[in-house]
Ligand binder design. Structure first.
Ligand code: NDP
Length: 362
């Protein structure tokens, strides 16, 4: 039976006298820190000395170096990007921990794929919102809450579940519901959504856009129809609130008949087969190992560059101008490949061909 926790399962009293440090005042860090403080918890921030730290100070938090925050706290939230957690943990956190502290992850990634070793003297907790940081804050303020995936991965003190459920209440997720999953399940689900559903959806969206534009339909009308109206966001919202099939009742009978009857045209697409192979690759740790390689970081730069050059960007800019919508500003330098990177890319030239090919059409 899947366990789902609600508001009455969390007791904030279990955190009385405990100091919580938030390491990383970014997307999740800021939102979770503000929510917990508003819930009456004692929160401090550990961050490098830069813009994020300034923001934390401006928000009225006590700020420290990462190491000092670790020393001063009982519960340590690791809210920095997953790919840098292992290094920061081994250099700036682990040597300064003491027995019975709790380490809280917002993603199971590093635990799931064995990329980090946590001393057995520490509690290890997963509290992973299914919501971007801004949403974590907004849904706390409205009182609606948001879903999270949670678990206790390692319990030394025997009180990790009480701590986890109290923290869950503090960040506001129990208002909606927290579902127990393992760290591996959380990480795989997250990656699968990004790697199987995301690109398939992107391909379908762009194929639809180009099919229409190639047939002479006005780009302004096409983009409005396909996504600029924001109607799709409403449909997603209704799916979540009312149900996948029932929400179709908000559309006309013509729309429903057309959409439902044409589904069979896509019957033979090997979607599940492709998705299953993506899932297997994630589950086996293949993706995590690939992403750790230096060559993957290089490929990533090239892929971003190809994506930036795709024609949808220029179509979108023209359409936005014509519709008097604000232009999209890109930090060109972030996407450009400088001489040094271009030289390094020589080593992955062959692997890049398929990406170049893929983005050429799009
Ligand atoms: P961000 O990218 O917003 O994190 C930025 C923070 O990390 C800043 O405080 C930054 O400070 C710090 N940081 C970056 N590099 C370093 C470094 N080398 N050393 C020390 N600190 C560093 O992270 P997110 O909030 O997006 O993600 C945090 C966690 O939350 C991750 O585990 C992620 O998987 C999880 N998560 C994220 C969600 C999201 O929507 N973003 C949703 C659910 C979970 P500085 O620049 O000063 O170093």
């Amino acid at each position: 039976m899947t366990k789902v926790f609600h508001e009455s399962d969390g007791k904030l009293e279990n955190l009385i006298g405990k100091t919580i440090s938030i390491i990383g005042y970014g997307n999740q860090g800021r939102a979770q820190a503000l929510n917990m403080r508003d819930s009456g918890l004692n929160v401090i921030i550990g961050n490098k000395d830069d813009e994020y730290k300034k923001r934390a100070k401006k928000d009225g938090f006590q700020t420290h170096t990462i190491t000092d925050a670790v020393k001063k706290s009982d519960i340590i939230f690791l809210l920095i990007p997953d790919e840098i957690i292992p290094e920061v943990f081994s250099k700036e956190i682990e040597p300064f921990t003491r027995e019975n502290q709790s380490i809280v992850f917002a993603s199971g990634y590093n635990i799931a794929f064995d990329l980090i070793k946590i001393p057995t003297t520490l509690n290890v907790i997963l509290l992973a919102p299914r919501m971007i940081g801004v949403g974590v804050r907004e849904n706390y303020l409205t009182g609606e809450g948001f879903f999270s995936f949670i678990t206790v991965h390692h319990d030394v003190t025997g009180e990790s579940w009480e701590i986890l459920l109290a923290l869950s209440k503090g960040i506001g997720t129990l208002k909606k519901g927290a579902v127990e999953v393992t760290c591996k399940q959380e990480a795989v689900l997250d990656l699968f959504n990004e790697q199987a559903f995301g690109p398939a959806f992107g391909r379908v969206l762009l194929s639809s856009i180009y099919t229409l534009i190639d047939q002479g339909y006005p780009p302004e009308a096409v983009l409005i129809e396909m996504y600029l109206s924001g109607e799709m966001a409403y449909t997603y919202e209704k799916m979540a609130r009312i149900g996948l099939v029932k929400q179709t009742n908000f559309h006309s009978h013509t729309s429903q008949y057309g959409a439902m009857s044409r589904g069979v045209k896509y019957l033979n697409l090997p979607l599940k087969k492709t998705m299953k192979s993506i899932l297997k690759n994630i589950e086996s740790g293949g993706f995590a190992r690939e992403w750790m390689k230096k060559s993957s970081k290089l490929k990533f730069k090239a892929i971003k560059f190809f994506a930036m050059k795709t024609k949808i960007n220029s179509i979108e800019q023209k359409v936005r101008k014509s519709l008097e919508l604000p232009a999209i500003s890109f930090d060109e330098a972030y996407y450009q490949l400088n001489e040094e990177v271009l030289k390094e890319l020589e080593s992955v030239k062959d692997e890049l061909k398929e990406f170049e090919e893929y983005f050429k059409d799009y």
